[in-house]
Design a protein around this ligand. Sequence first.
Ligand code: PGA
Length: 263
Amino acid sequence: MPILVANWKMHGTPRDLEPWLAPLRSTDTVRSVACPPFPLLSLAAQELADGTDSTDGTGTQVQLGAQDCHSKPSGAYTGAVSPSLLKEMGCAWVILGHSERRRDYGETPPQIAAKARAARAVGLGAIVCLGESKETRDRLSTSGGEQAVCRHLSDELETLVSGLEVAPEGLEAATGGLMVAYEPIWAIGSGQAATPATAGAILSALRERANSMGLRAEFLYGGSVAPDNAADFLKAGADGLLVGGVSLQPDKLTATLEAMARA
Ligand code: PGA
């Protein structure tokens, strides 16, 4: 069953919870993770607990995710949120290393790996994002073609995986799951999604590198996903989609979920 991760970013108020969660709760063919801003997490958990499925009893369970966490379990870190608190509030997942956090807070791959390690240690799954800027894509592909972009991103994945500091045989034993989301920075919120062929090539390179390190993960595509391209990304090899703008528009979200179900 494909997966849809809904990244609400810094959008939403309590009154948006019901309409934005409803499409996710109504599908029985797509697994989903809703990722609201921190202050909405406990209300969302309550809303989801009020019925784990749609009114006709057919929906799949929607899991809850946060959009970031700290790498330490607790302490004097003003404004930060610990993975264990997220877990206790009902989260199953946390998005880490989104390009907006790398851009605005200077997060680096080693820091992102440390957060993922901390999350997984408390049983929180990590949704780790990576993707190239337009400048990097142009520079690398001019000298080495698409292969060079694939290698660049696979190397970053390797840094992230090494930073998890878990021996390959221990990766499955670590409690939280892992998703890797390829999100080209130029495609996020731009209406210019990657082509399914590009996304497919990058995802397959990432999958291959992960396999060579004994890592089990699910691989997602994100960046201007819409009802008319969602199925193509799944057909190109994505296990699921990370969706921003469309997750805030119930009609488009429903259409995207329907397209995923038909893929
Ligand atoms: P978008 O955002 O779907 O609005 O492009 C995706 C993301 O940033 O996760």
